[in-house]
Design a protein around this ligand. Structure first.
Ligand SMILES: NC(=O)C1=CN([C@@H]2O[C@H](COP(=O)(O)OP(=O)(O)OC[C@H]3O[C@@H](n4cnc5c(N)ncnc54)[C@H](OP(=O)(O)O)[C@@H]3O)[C@@H](O)[C@H]2O)C=CC1
Ligand SMILES: N[C@@H](CC=O)C(=O)O
Length: 327
């Protein structure tokens, strides 16, 4: 049997996903009992953009047409809450697995989709919503089940960290560094949420749901982006041996979840001090294992495809095992 994918979006992430399926087809088949993975259909918004698609895929601007292509899994690589939420919901209700990289949609609707997936007995992968292919989600959900997470802090936005690093190390202007982040595919097409802290906020809310089973009241979370940082702030911090980093923190305090997102000047003693460029990093403070640091690329086509493909293999290995148990 072939695993047939319905791909929503063909921008940085969607195209990266499709190309990685091609480049890693043999490896995927080895992991999936010989089953090939094929992009059956691709949904785009603008049909007039000049670009090349995989030969065998149907390309459409109509979700219903994509859906008619007998697909097993929907990959959400589009932007924003809607129509992504409605598409994912419909896919799950129709018995399709879903994998999403869309943190804005998932921060708000993740809980609903998780419940629905459980009810409909399908899988929902969201590794790439948070720190792209660096496996934060699976570490928290599967490798730290006995440990209690007392506090979580992280650099969760690749674009912000890239800009801060370029401004400090190479003295480039904010605007030039942002343009470079766009050219490299780290920044969103509209980078407002990258630099105003909102992107890191969405990721932190996804982590909060996972660790504590709930999110703080969104209106009570202090969110400040790197758009308040000027080069003299960076130089001042540097003079004192510090680096400004955009830090998202969440912890359980006084019976509730407390979160904040802001630029902070870190000394070299802090585990996130050395995380530069588009790298992201998190420190997970656990009661048994102690503080655990995980770092890796947080933005870009191939790392995001990596997280989504790990989700895909995890889902279909599980599905295959279930099928075998039934026989
Ligand atoms: N870039 C990155 O490093 C990462 C991005 N993400 C998330 O992944 C998702 C995709 O990001 P990215 O690839 O960078 O974004 P892009 O802007 O590069 O691509 C978005 C794609 O989605 C399509 N699209 C947007 N809205 C619709 C719609 N309503 N109907 C159909 N198609 C639509 C666009 O179509 P068209 O091309 O026709 O305009 C485009 O192909 C986002 O949610 C982002 O937050 C997550 C991790 C990392
Ligand atoms: N624009 C985002 C992409 C990944 O989520 C970032 O810069 O981190």
């Amino acid at each position: 049997m072939t695993i047939r994918v319905g791909l929503l979006g063909y921008g940085t992430v969607g195209k990266g996903f499709a190309e990685t399926i091609q480049s890693h087809q043999e490896r995927l088949q080895n992991l999936l009992e010989g089953e090939p993975v094929e992009i059956a259909s691709i949904l785009v918004k603008n049909p007039t953009k000049k670009r090349e698609f995989p030969h065998s895929s149907l390309v459409t601007t109509d979700f219903n047409e994509l859906f008619l292509q007998d697909i097993d899994v929907v990959i959400d690589a589009i932007v924003g809450e809607e129509p992504a939420f409605s598409y994912c919901k419909k896919a799950i209700e129709s018995g399709k697995h879903v994998i999403t990289a869309n943190k804005q949609m998932f921060a708000k609707h993740g809980k609903t989709l998780k419940k629905l997936a459980e009810k409909c007995d399908v899988s929902l992968g969201y590794e790439s919503t948070t720190v792209a292919g660096t496996p934060i989600i699976r570490t928290l959900s599967q490798l730290l089940q006995v440990n209690r997470v007392e506090r979580f802090e992280g650099i969760l936005n690749g674009t912000s960290n890239f800009i801060l690093t370029r401004m400090k190390e190479n003295k480039v202007s904010f605007d030039q560094a942002l343009q470079e982040a766009k050219d490299k595919g780290y920044a969103e097409a509209d980078p407002s949420n990258d630099i105003n802290g909102r992107d890191a906020f969405y990721k932190l809310m996804i982590v909060s749901e996972l660790i504590y089973g709930k999110q703080p009241n969104w209106n009570e979370v202090f969110v400040e982006g790197i758009d308040v940082i000027r080069s003299d702030h960076i130089e001042e911090a540097s003079f004192m041996g510090k680096k400004i980093k955009h830090i998202a923190t969440i912890e359980w305090k006084d019976g509730d979840v407390r979160a904040s997102i802001q630029p902070i000047a870190l000394t070299h003693h802090h585990p996130l001090y050395a995380i530069d460029h588009e790298q992201n990093g998190v420190v997970i403070h656990t009661d048994l294992a102690g503080p655990l640091t995980l770092a890796g690329p947080g933005a870009g086509a191939s790392t995001t495809a990596s997280g989504m493909l790990e989700d895909l293999v995890h889902i279909f290995q599980k599905t295959n095992r279930k099928t075998h148990q039934l026989l």
